[in-house]
Design a protein around this ligand. Structure first.
Ligand SMILES: Cc1cc2nc3c(=O)[nH]c(=O)nc-3n(C[C@H](O)[C@H](O)[C@H](O)COP(=O)(O)OP(=O)(O)OC[C@H]3O[C@@H](n4cnc5c(N)ncnc54)[C@H](O)[C@@H]3O)c2cc1C
Length: 395
């Protein structure tokens, strides 16, 4: 059996980042993914500034920029007859958001992990765990027709919402909320609209520029309409844009649709128990939320930093110290990602409250408040910092 300090199962934004940071600590890391790399995955790609700041810290952002991914340095939000518009909020050396294609982002993260010393195999599937007593002690890995036993001090499941590792360790769901929205999206060439949203009761439209002069236009609608939408997704998508963002619709009709329509109604909301003896979960495997707030990638990068930080200096052969570290990670994960989770659940109801509309009407009157509002939605500042005494007075 080959032995590693850590085996990371799943090599996209959560797994590759975790492998990168652990390898940088001098750990012996194996990173595997059952998919062929580089490859795309279903996503509208948006990374908020706190995620971009992490890419910058890890030295990956220059490669994202060099790949031709456009900086998203303005933002707008149309709602209830209002238009909030601002320069993109900035934080920690991130002066724009980005929405790189996943075949580019995930590949850059894998390459960075490998250049730090991690070993990577794609088309490599974990189907079983190896146990010593009640402790996870490795994985059985199938590559081609061959299955290999791999021993590890820590097995990290970064294998997405339908995590095999979570299933094998029977990680319980600690908190969850019902499905709220569903989404259809595709890519349009030459739209040139910049980044922004259009919101009304029952609809949320996002436009997100990415590589190659393409813009993703995504339409979110209530989960209760999913069954009807599936009967004619194309019509549902276009009529949602037309009735929510007529100007955007006109531009779409005069440009070229560059891909097929994709959609999903399976946008779960949960926190799983993210640690146990010899194992941990990161990324969607640990925590998933409705994609309307476009937080999954940013959250994955935050979690990678949290787990690597918790493990820093820990002797991987000291089982108790490893388990204490992963317990600390899980605690921090819940604390850090609670606020975006709650605000996402609210957004995904697709029914702006009177209080929120009143707040947006007030925010709209001041460029400074507008900019702070976008910093809030990007996760740069929290609700406490946003709701100053001055704003409360205005409200
Ligand atoms: C429609 C849609 C739109 C979205 N839009 C955004 C957005 O704009 N911004 C944003 O931040 N997030 C968005 N998300 C969410 C985002 O895509 C996810 O949160 C993110 O991909 C999670 O990354 P991850 O690394 O945790 O998991 P994943 O990206 O799911 O990667 C898991 C990997 O694990 C591998 N794997 C699974 N099982 C095994 C196994 N047994 N053995 C080996 N490998 C395995 C898979 O092949 C996969 O490559 C969107 C999601 C959807 C569905």
């Amino acid at each position: 059996m080959t032995a590693y300090d850590a085996v990371v199962v799943g090599a996209r934004c959560a797994g590759a980042s975790t492998a990168l940071l652990l390898a940088r600590q001098g750990r012996k890391v194996l990173l595997v993914d059952k998919a062929a790399f580089p490859s795309d995955t279903m996503s509208t790609l948006y990374i908020h500034q706190p995620g971009v700041a992490r890419l910058a810290r890890w030295g990956v952002l220059p490669d994202v920029v060099a790949s031709g991914c456009p900086p998203l340095n303005t933002i707008s939000h149309d709602i209830d007859g209002l238009r909030l518009a601002s320069a993109a909020p900035t934080t920690d050396g991130a002066d724009a958001a980005y929405a790189p294609r996943r075949r580019i982002l995930d590949d850059l993260l894998v390459r960075a992990a490998v250049s730090e010393g991690a070993e990577f195999h794609d088309r490599a599937r974990v189907g079983e765990l190896i146990r010593r007593g009640d402790r996870v002690a490795g994985v059985r890995l199938s590559i081609g027709g061959t299955t290999t036993a791999v021993r590890a001090g820590l097995v990290i499941g970064a294998d997405g919402m339908r995590s095999k590792v979570a299933e094998l360790v029977a990680a319980p769901v600690e908190r969850s909320a019902p499905l709220a929205s569903c989404v259809y999206y595709t890519f349009w060439r030459g739209l040139d609209t910049g980044f922004g949203f259009h919101e009304r009761v029952g609809r949320w439209i996002a436009r997100i520029p990415t590589h190659d002069d393409l813009t993703i236009v995504a339409a979110y609608l209530p989960q209760s309409e999913f069954a009807a939408a599936r009967r004619d997704p194309g019509d549902t998508y276009l009529s949602s844009v037309r009735t929510t963002a007529p100007d955007l619709y006109e531009r779409m009709m005069s440009t070229e649709r560059a891909d097929r329509l994709r959609g999903t109604g399976d946008q779960r909301n949960y926190f799983r128990t993210a640690h146990g003896p010899g194992w941990a979960l990161v990324g969607d495997a640990a925590h998933h939320l409705d994609t309307i707030s476009a937080r999954g990638i940013t959250n994955a990068l935050i979690q990678a930093e949290l787990i690597a930080g918790s493990l820093s200096g820990v002797d991987i052969d000291d089982a108790r110290a490893v388990d204490d570290a992963t317990a600390r990670f899980a605690q921090q994960l819940n604390k850090t990602l609670d606020e975006p989770y709650m605000s996402t659940l609210e957004l995904a109801r697709l029914h702006p409250t009177k209080a929120r509309l009143r707040m947006l009407h007030t925010v709209c009157t001041s460029p400074e408040l507008t900019s702070r509002y976008f910093a809030l939605t990007a996760g740069i500042i929290g609700m406490r910092e946003f709701l100053t005494a001055e704003l409360v007075d205005l409200l």
